[in-house]
Design a protein around this ligand. Structure first.
Ligand SMILES: O=C1O[C@H](COP(=O)(O)O)[C@@H](O)[C@H](O)[C@H]1O
Length: 286
């Protein structure tokens, strides 16, 4: 799949990838997909449109091969803007079309709040895309809300791991994930894996997260084993507040404990999709 035109600096980064991108740092060559591809769009709106078009192409391609597609969604500003732009494409006649009745939708993280709380990532995604696109309820795999009947977020995390395993091929812990979207916080958190927290080194596919520095404090999140099992991982980052973390993740060799975004990669592709403000310090350092 070809991403829309952007200011590509992928080649330069690929020639000399930092150790932080190696899940096997120090023990061998980088695997295909772990070398990041970086695309810079001029502003957040054009970033959201470009990612939306690429997402439709990616899911359509997966459906052409497998009959179905699966995507892991992120919350956050740019993540939700992308879903709104995808919904625009659903309404337009397009060259590449996705059969939204054959897309499985999962989440990278969720806030441990009641189902109708505006902080729910699920709520934003339903409004922005899942409702307008008509994704069937049985294909929407939301992480549990705090009022869903689980006593603790740990129970909800275990249940979600079980849902993933149930959708996986025989004997595998995880289903095929064609595309996993992540936002990133200014301190480098991805999903709800925050710097210096137990989730960084947790080996379970789904974890409960407590005492988050960003409210709400309790969440459920995919862990690295699930994130890094996706075919493609796309990090969506916009705004100047995140430019130091982008530059650190891509050029400084920061560890995942220092900067969780530095520890994510896809099996087949890892893409950093940035607007110019988010990329500003990257340009200066690379
Ligand atoms: O708390 C979260 O933050 C990140 C980034 O959000 P943003 O609004 O700064 O773009 C998001 O990716 C994650 O899903 C969410 O729970």
């Amino acid at each position: 799949m070809t991403l829309p035109p952007g200011d590509r600096i992928a080649a330069r980064l690929s020639e000399d990838p930092p150790a932080s991108h190696r899940s096997d740092a120090g023990s061998g060559p980088l695997q295909e997909g772990q070398v990041p591809d970086v695309v810079i769009e001029p502003d957040a709106d054009r970033l959201a449109r470009a990612v939306a078009a690429a997402l439709v192409a990616r899911l359509a391609a997966a459906q052409a091969v497998h009959g179905t597609a699966s995507v892991v969604l992120t919350g956050g500003g740019i993540g939700t803007a992308v879903l709104q732009r995808v919904a625009d494409l659903v309404r337009e006649p397009a060259r590449e079309r996705v059969d939204w009745t054959a897309v499985d939708v999962w989440w990278g993280d969720e806030r441990w709040v009641p189902a109708d709380d505006e902080d729910r990532n699920e709520l934003g995604a339903r409004r922005a895309l899942l409702d307008p696109a008509g994704v069937p309820e049985e294909r929407i795999h939301a992480m549990p809300a705090s009022d869903a009947g689980f006593a603790e977020p740990e129970d909800a995390a275990d249940w979600y791991a079980g849902q993933l395993a149930a959708a996986a091929p025989e004997g595998e812990p995880l289903p095929r994930i064609d595309l996993l979207l992540l936002g990133m916080g200014p301190e480098g958190h991805v999903a709800s894996i925050f710097p210096g927290t137990p989730a960084v080194s947790d080996e379970r596919p789904v974890v409960a997260v407590r005492d988050c520095p960003k409210p709400p404090p309790t969440r459920v999140s995919l862990g690295y084993p699930a994130i890094n099992a996706a075919e493609e991982v796309w990090l969506l980052v916009s705004g100047s507040a995140k430019s130091p973390a982008v530059a650190r993740a891509l050029t400084s060799g920061a560890t995942p404990d220092e900067l969780p975004a530095a520890g994510v990669h896809g099996r087949r592709a890892t893409r950093w999709l940035l607007d110019a403000e988010a990329a500003a310090e990257l340009d200066a350092r690379s």
